[in-house]
Design a protein around this ligand. Structure first.
Ligand SMILES: Nc1ncnc2c1ncn2[C@@H]1O[C@H](COP(=O)(O)OP(=O)(O)O)[C@@H](O)[C@H]1O
Ligand SMILES: CC(=O)OP(=O)(O)O
Ligand SMILES: [Mg+2]
Length: 385
């Protein structure tokens, strides 16, 4: 039986899954990387007590995770490890086995995804040196958006920049690929083939327009900073603000990068937290304003994609906020009555798969599964045996 381990390195978490063929045997997440890493199992049954990373960087945590898994399970049968690598640039799209050449290419993309790319590449380098014969496979967030028409990949910048790869790539593709696979069962064959908007709302947030289950537009662009407002990232921004910060406030490139990636979004506006749970529970007027801005931005992003699709057959919520925050869904959908959307509040409150009243566009809540998608991709890349 082919077994693969998959690792999804986020900015402060490391999600993992152990798969036997395409079936999940164990899933979990290491949280609070950078502070006090703690392991939580999402499915499967093991005592997590013995997990102790020596340091708290991503590579050290991945090493501790592998050691811990090795003491509980037989990892001898692993055929490979699959990694989420958010940026594949212009050269890489489908899952590929990593070698020195490809790693060097992916390293050059690190500045385009500073919260993700360095973390996953550190883990890959570490595993390649510790287990040189164990295949390491990269699965890319950008791959799913390769079907976007050329016009949607262009910025309105001088053409030579597009020629050198300054394009709108889009991210969260593993999540959208999983949702696209679930669509026919959840919204029916006809709507699944039609005009679908998916809102992936987690720590990172983006939206994708699907036609015939393929990406035709997405809110993120060259980097995972564009589009929707996020936990600590600003999302779409007038580029004049960046010029102002540098020219008038004398901020360095590193300071601006820190502000846009780490100190903005829900955290920056609320001054309270980057976590939507904290904001929904907070009496602070700034927290309420941050939530109101999040919903306003979400409506704008959905509206833009509906316009590009020329209508809407189904709207899907996914990611931590999309799957669990009934209040965010309700307030957003309330403002979308003009599209014929009718919400069923009890279904929404229990996060049911379908939360619409059956007339107008379908509205669905589909739990994402980036790890399952990576397991599929890794197994397909490594082939039988
Ligand atoms: N019950 C909930 N209500 C509101 N927000 C939630 C809830 N559960 C999780 N979240 C939000 O989901 C976010 C994490 O989403 P997730 O998709 O797991 O993140 P990541 O991008 O790290 O994979 C948290 O920051 C939190 O704001
Ligand atoms: C690309 C991206 O933003 O990913 P995440 O949501 O995991 O931070
Ligand atoms: Mg995520």
């Amino acid at each position: 039986m082919s077994r693969v381990l998959v690792l999804n390195a986020g900015s402060a978490t490391l999600k993992f899954g152990l798969y036997e063929e395409a079936a999940c045997a164990l899933r979990g997440v290491v949280e609070r990387i950078g502070e006090a890493p703690a392991l939580r199992l999402v499915s499967g049954d093991l005592d997590t007590g013995g997990f102790l990373p020596a340091e708290s960087g991503h590579a050290a945590v991945a090493e501790a995770l592998l050691d811990w898994l090795g003491t509980h399970l037989d990892l001898g049968g692993l055929v490979g490890v699959g990694h989420r690598v958010v940026h594949g640039g212009t050269r890489l799209a489908e899952p590929v086995r990593l070698d020195a050449d490809r790693l060097a290419y992916l390293e050059r993309l690190e500045p385009l995804a500073p919260l993700h790319q360095p973390q996953s590449l550190a883990i890959i380098r570490d595993l390649l040196s510790r287990h040189p014969t164990l295949p390491q496979v990269a699965c890319f967030d950008t791959a799913f958006h390769r079907t976007q028409p050329r016009i949607r990949q262009l910025f309105a910048l001088p053409r030579h920049l597009a020629d050198e790869g300054v394009l709108r790539y889009g991210f969260h593709g593993l999540s959208y690929a999983h949702v696209a696979r679930q669509l026919p069962v959840v919204v029916g064959e006809a709507a699944a083939r039609g005009r679908v908007v998916v809102a992936h709302l987690g720590q990172g947030c983006s939206l994708c327009a699907l036609e015939n289950s393929r990406s035709v537009a997405t809110s993120m662009g060259f980097t995972a900073l564009d589009g929707m407002m996020m936990g600590s990232r600003c999302g779409r921004l007038d580029p004049g603000v960046v010029l102002y910060l540098q020219q008038q406030r004398g901020m360095s490139v590193a300071e601006v990068e820190r502000m846009l990636y780490h100190d903005s979004g829900l955290l920056g506006v609320s001054g309270v937290s980057a976590d939507m749970r904290d904001l929904l529970a907070s009496p602070s007027p700034r927290a309420k304003e941050a939530v109101a801005l999040f919903i306003d931005r979400l409506l704008g992003e959905i509206g833009a994609l509906v316009a590009l699709l020329g209508g809407l057959d189904a709207l899907v919520f996914t990611g931590g906020i999309g799957e669990h925050a009934a209040e965010i869904r309700a307030r957003t959908l309330h403002a979308m009555a003009w599209l014929g959307i009718r919400l069923v509040p009890p279904a929404n409150a229990r996060h049911a798969l379908r939360i619409d009243a059956g007339r107008g566009p379908a509205v669905a809540v589909i739990p994402t599964d980036e790890e399952g998608e990576m397991a599929r991709g890794t197994l397909a890349c490594l082939g039988p045996g």
